[in-house]
Design a protein around this ligand. Structure first.
Ligand code: HMH
Length: 231
């Protein structure tokens, strides 16, 4: 067989992440087109489910911040590209705004965010995040899991804002939070960082990263199920 020149090979090569998304399509769709998301998009959403999601997600994001802090730390130690840190730091900054948003949203719905008991699916997911915070977990694994966590929300909530959606007015703000174009660009920036590190990773690290992405998708499905009360 003739050897393709490098530029052509790069063009026709499917990225690692794209390969995984194709291979695990059903699970990815399950996480991003969940019945809870469909119910927001078609306007049939049960408001008590939405409130449960809001309370539980606040707890999740509290645990997500220290996870992102460890990703930032790993970027500083393990990445030679300074833009990695810039992207992660911008994500942390938007998490700061997110807490203000959660408080505003909670008061709009008459929900209290203090003294909420985390439900099992949430505890399981937070425990998984904590396992990724270990210094033994490579940067490639952590940054790719980070990309997957953000992307599930981006893809899910952007779906609720597409033409033809019937999302109730009072839920549009929530969908905008993760479904807006800026958040989409941020997710693509995370994807390109993750991809860059995956291209250089050993087979072992790649395998463990793929497993972590699958875990994220499964925890996300369980999280939506919990919001709908199906635990
Ligand atoms: C459960 C969950 N997954 C992802 C995100 C995105 O930050 C979030 N807020 N909550």
């Amino acid at each position: 067989m003739e050897r393709k020149d490098e530029a052509e090979e790069a063009k026709s090569k499917v990225s690692v992440i794209e390969t995984w998304l194709r291979k695990h399509r059903l699970l990815y769709v399950g996480a991003t087109r969940h019945p809870f998301i469909h119910s927001i998009r078609d306007g049939s959403v049960d408001i008590s489910s939405f409130k449960r999601w809001l309370e539980q997600d606040y707890i999740f994001v509290r645990a997500f911040v220290p996870f992102v802090a460890t990703v930032l730390l790993k970027a500083w130690k393990e990445s030679f590209d300074a833009t990695d840190m810039d992207v992660i730091l911008s994500g942390m900054a938007s998490l700061n705004d997110e807490f203000a948003w959660f408080n505003k949203e909670a008061s709009k719905w008459g929900v209290s965010l203090t003294n909420v008991a985390p439900q099992k699916a949430n505890l399981d997911y937070c425990r998984f995040l904590e396992s990724l915070m270990s210094s033994e977990v490579e940067y490639t694994v952590a940054i790719t899991a980070f990309w997957a966590i953000e992307t599930v929300y981006q893809d899910s909530f952007a779906h609720c804002l597409e033409d033809g959606s019937n999302t109730p007015e009072e839920l549009r703000d929530t969908c905008q939070r993760w479904g807006n174009d800026g958040f989409g660009q941020y997710c693509r920036a995370l994807q390109s960082i993750a991809e860059h590190h995956l291209e250089k990773a050993s087979d072992d690290v790649r395998k463990r990263t793929e497993a972590a992405v699958l875990d994220v998708l499964e925890y996300e499905v369980a999280f939506w199920n919990m919001s709908q009360g199906d635990t």
